[in-house]
Design a protein around this ligand. Structure first.
Ligand code: NAD
Ligand code: UGA
Length: 450
């Protein structure tokens, strides 16, 4: 059993604290947001994450997990302190490090014994050295400490399982002893541990997120080309994915990536490169393709319903991905705003994100179910692939709509089945429309064979 403090109880901090306590450690989780801490003490989670409430409750009851707003209380017996505060996009796209700086300063001002400070937030390369400088500057007296980078790779919606079964743990430090000690507390996770220097560890996190975002933009580019040539991107992805060098993951074409990470991290990496005089061409292309997906969705709705003025468009899903209530950088925001700007009335249903979405999208009418969204709608758009949308009674949906127009922004339906139910159906990157109409190039080929 180790004594661990975790600074920040957002998606990463709360999951880290709950999981380390479940592994038998004594963990104190701290946040400056008093309301969050007060509610956590009452067992109310600040975020929706499957399995989190039960995990927190179990460990609070076992007296292994504690919540506080006091740095003194959190650091009192701690050997390790994790920083897991937000690093949102700042001006020009660089990461805004004010929360990391504030956390580092509070640790420095409070610590009264040797500490290993572990940075879990996604931070620009060089931040670990800067954190060490801040701690040195604000310590009232010289107390030894080490800084270790331990980037987090969990995904929202499957955060607990990702934390407990990581593909690898990356640790970076100039102090090898400290890195070894941090490795020890990760041993129960039974994953390969990569120990490297601070800056390389920080870069591994950005490179990993940028690579995953690149995979998504790549398959979306292929989807565009599939559409033009009459191929089916879903099957292309399956066919590519069997190649072990490519792999089957992160090849779902759709409305592109959103969330609190890929958009800000690709931008921050491009910014870091530009600051050093490099021109990160690929990263710019990745971002451009991603932004185009949202505009393209609105164009497709126009293709289905004509002029958007006065039309009622229903959105199925608002969160940036299923199994989360997180609305940060969700494609639904741009899509809804563009539809509204074009004169459409927009309504939506999401199983868990409507409360968060209401303040971001005040003009969108929130409905209690997918069927309520369908009632009287001129078109429906699948924005987030929640499981419950995959098994909707589509016949009922069609019956409720004013016009049976369906844009499947996440390719969750079988085109033939949906069309046979009478829908005017558009998917993304599934070229052949099933009605005997081939894209222009294919028609030319057929004609030349005659
Ligand atoms: P979040 O916004 O959900 O939570 C951050 C928390 O930190 C908030 O509760 C905030 O009140 C608290 N905080 C801010 N300043 C503080 C301070 N000085 N002292 C104590 N608490 C403070 O953020 P998140 O989504 O958990 O992300 C945290 C970091 O982890 C980011 O750098 C992010 O890029 C990275 N990350 C996030 C994910 C994810 O899935 N969300 C995954 C991997 C890495
Ligand atoms: C992502 C990474 O997957 C995590 O490894 C990382 O820790 C995290 O960012 C982070 O650094 O914060 P997350 O953003 O929670 O996790 O969710 P993902 O499952 O990666 O999805 C991100 C976005 O990409 C979503 O909008 C999703 O719809 C989209 N996506 C994903 C696709 O469009 N196609 C795919 O094939 C996969």
């Amino acid at each position: 059993m180790k004594d661990i403090a975790v600074i920040g109880v957002g998606y990463v901090g709360l999951v880290t604290a709950a999981c380390f306590s479940d592994l038998g450690n004594r963990v104190t989780a701290l946040d400056i947001n008093e309301e969050r801490i007060e509610r956590l003490k009452q067992g109310i989670m600040p975020i929706y994450e499957p399995g989190l409430e039960e995990l927190v409750e179990r460990n609070v009851q076992a007296e292994r997990l504690f919540f506080t707003t006091s740095y003194e209380e959190a650091l009192k017996d701690a050997e390790f302190v994790f920083i897991a505060v937000g690093t949102p996009s700042g001006v020009d796209g660089e990461a805004d490090l004010r929360y990391v700086a504030a956390a580092a300063r509070s640790i420095a001002e409070t610590m009264d014994h040797e500490l290993i400070i572990i940075n879990k937030s996604t931070v620009p390369v060089g931040t670990g050295d800067w954190v060490a400088e801040i701690v040195r500057r604000y310590q009232p007296e010289r107390i030894p400490f080490s800084v270790v980078s331990c980037p987090e790779f969990l995904r929202e919606g499957s955060a607990i399982s990702d934390f407990m079964h990581p593909h690898r743990t990356v640790l970076g430090s100039l102090d090898k002893d400290a890195a070894e000690k941090v490795a020890q507390i990760h041993l129960p996770l039974r994953a390969p541990i990569v120990i490297t220097d601070l800056r390389t560890a920080e870069m591994i996190k950005y490179a990993s997120n940028a690579f995953l975002a690149t995979k998504i933009s790549f398959i979306n580019e292929i989807a565009n080309i599939c559409e033009a040539l009459g191929a089916d991107v879903k099957e292309v992805a399956v066919g590519m994915g069997y190649d072990q060098r490519i792999g089957p993951f992160f090849l779902d074409a759709g409305l592109g990536y959103g969330g609190s990470c890929f958009p800000k991290d690709v931008l921050a990496l491009a910014h870091m490169a530009a600051e050093k005089g490099k021109h990160p061409q690929l990263l710019h292309a990745v971002m451009e393709i991603n932004a185009d997906r949202r505009k393209m969705a609105v164009e497709k709705v126009r293709e289905l319903v004509g002029d958007l003025m006065g039309k009622t468009i229903g959105l199925l899903g608002l969160a940036f991905k299923p199994n989360t209530d997180d609305m940060r950088e969700a494609p639904s925001i741009d899509i809804a705003n563009d539809l509204i700007a074009a004169g459409a009335r927009v309504r939506a249903y999401d199983p868990v994100a409507m409360e968060n979405a209401a303040s971001i999208l005040p003009q969108v009418e929130m409905k209690p179910s997918a069927y309520a969204v369908a009632e009287g709608a001129d078109a429906l758009v699948v924005v987030t692939e929640w499981n419950e949308f995959k098994s909707l009674d589509l016949e009922r949906v069609r019956g409720l709509m004013s016009s049976p127009n369906l844009l499947d922004g996440r390719n969750i339906y079988d085109p033939e089945t949906v069309r046979s139910l009478g829908f005017n159906y558009l998917a993304l990157g599934r070229g052949y429309d099933g009605n005997g109409v081939f894209p222009a190039g294919v028609e030319k080929l057929i004609a030349s064979a005659d």
